[in-house]
Design a protein around this ligand. Structure first.
Ligand SMILES: [Zn+2]
Length: 57
């Protein structure tokens, strides 16, 4: 059973904020996942089209 395998041959880079999931897990101070939030960095797409970094690497 193969889910969506990570597409490595596309130019799009997986969003490093959400690791390609398109959302972020919001945790409370104890580490419990409270909720998930659409990643604002990639708008929930899970990848970024921009090849140039923000200089955050
Ligand atoms: Zn993202």
């Amino acid at each position: 059973m193969q889910m969506k395998e990570q597409q490595k041959n596309v130019r799009r880079k997986s969003c490093y904020q959400c690791e390609g999931k398109g959302y972020l897990n919001i945790r409370d101070c104890s580490g419990e996942i409270q909720r998930t939030e659409t990643c604002s960095f990639c708008s929930g797409k899970g990848y970024t089209d921009k090849s140039s970094s923000i200089g955050n690497y």
